[in-house]
Design a protein around this ligand. Structure first.
Ligand SMILES: [Zn+2]
Length: 412
């Protein structure tokens, strides 16, 4: 049976204009045609949806989430959650978080490090039609140098968590890390090039992976045709990695001009994750913390990121929408704020929507993010026009979701 979505207003993720009087034809979960309404002829048995007042747009993509984490903001509680919950419990909870993204119109997400294969298992259950949910790409465990950003110190010496992270030291161990994550089912590799540093606030970041380690990851992933995403702060490590063919720069608080030029030349994606930076300023902090170097770092990185975003927009780099949901912020309900920040940084509303749809889809490479022939029928029906007001996306009651051509009734 064909499904037909008729609409007076269509955002297709490609054009910066709203298209009028269109008709989307869906067969077997895919978009097979997008026609002008006047050229459409119905067939017996078609299931037709008429959306005369709503705006129809592609399902959105959050390219940076952490399904294994809840978004709890207290550092001690964040750690306690990891100790309290079995990986099985984390996976069940993570599945609920995946649905939170879906219900807010994010039909595709990319998980950027989940202990114990949590995100890989959620992805498999959805992919194998055992559970309904968004499309998920997962990296398994991020590769980090020992004691690095994703292998954090500060646990008691008797504490021994298994599979929380994948520490590697030296090119060979990084190669082993890549292969181990792929064996576990990773769709791509996450690394950690550089990290924030409060040692010298004139240079508030430091390189973690050596150039040799970066080269080794680049070489093996190129051979295997696997993409690499990397947590970054600033400095020479990003330049090196972009030179080596890194696929996406995550965070990138301090992007220098040379790196931005290289990103343009090499088609590297930028995922600024503005929300997670701004989120630090949602809370009332005590004066002691506000006079600390850590607070200063938050202020510096916040300022720097707006500058990096401006450079990236000016240079026409592909900027994808990623929130870091799970880390400092909940899943789904705040995602729209990342689009608002992209607008604050210089994009139009429609450009921010395209970042959260087409560009995110291109980054994932799984036929999502636009309403075009051959794409998955992941489609949103919005009460109101997000190209005029992004905030409409903050209320899930304004969002109806078609996933693989099926309308999710009452959300799930
Ligand atoms: Zn993250």
């Amino acid at each position: 049976m064909r499904k037909i979505i008729k609409t007076k207003k269509l955002i297709n993720g490609v054009s910066k204009k709203i298209l009028e009087n269109k008709c989307i034809i869906i067969e077997n979960g895919k978009i097979t045609k997008v026609l002008d309404l006047k050229n459409f002829k119905d067939k017996k048995g078609d299931k037709v949806y008429n959306f005369n007042k709503e705006v129809v747009m592609p399902g959105m993509v959050d390219v940076h989430v952490h399904l294994a984490f809840s978004g709890i903001t207290n550092n001690r509680s964040f750690r306690a959650e990891s100790a309290d919950l079995d990986y099985g419990a984390q996976a069940l909870r993570g599945y609920a978080f995946a649905l939170d993204h879906l219900n807010y119109g994010f039909t595709s997400i990319r998980d950027m490090n989940a202990p114990g294969n949590v995100a890989i298992n959620i992805r498999n259950m959805i992919k194998n039609n055992k559970l309904k949910g968004p499309n998920i790409l997962a990296c398994g465990l991020g590769l980090s140098v020992t004691g690095g950003h994703m292998d954090q110190p500060g646990w008691g010496s008797h504490v021994n968590f298994k599979d929380m992270t994948y520490p590697c030291d030296g090119p060979d161990e990084f190669i082993k890390g890549v292969r181990t994550q792929l064996k576990a089912g990773a769709d791509f590799i996450k690394t950690n090039l550089c990290v924030s540093s409060t040692y010298d606030l004139k240079k508030p970041y430091k390189q973690e992976m050596s150039n040799e380690e970066i080269e080794a990851v680049a070489k093996i992933t190129k051979m295997l045709n696997i993409k690499v995403a990397s947590h970054t702060s600033g400095g020479s490590a990003i330049t090196k990695a972009v030179e080596c063919g890194l696929h996406s720069v995550e965070h990138g608080h301090w992007l220098d001009n040379k790196t931005v030029d290289l990103m343009k030349k090499n088609n590297t994606f930028y995922v600024p994750t503005l929300l997670v930076n701004e989120r630090n300023f949602d809370f009332k902090e005590n004066e002691k913390f506000k006079s600390s170097k850590n607070w200063k770092w938050l202020e510096l990185s916040r300022e720097a990121k707006w500058v990096s975003l401006k450079k990236a927009i000016k240079s026409n780099i592909k900027i994808a929408t990623g929130t870091d949901a799970g880390f400092m912020l909940p899943h789904g309900e705040m995602n729209y704020r990342e689009l608002e920040y992209l607008v604050q940084g210089g994009m139009t509303n429609m450009e921010a929507i395209i970042s959260a749809t087409r560009i995110g889809g291109e980054l994932l490479g799984i036929n999502v993010g636009t309403i075009e022939e051959g794409q998955k029928a992941d489609i949103l029906v919005i009460k109101g026009d997000p190209s005029k007001n992004i905030k409409i996306l903050s209320d899930r009651k304004n969002i109806k979701v078609f996933k693989d051509g099926k309308l999710l009734e009452n959300s799930i």
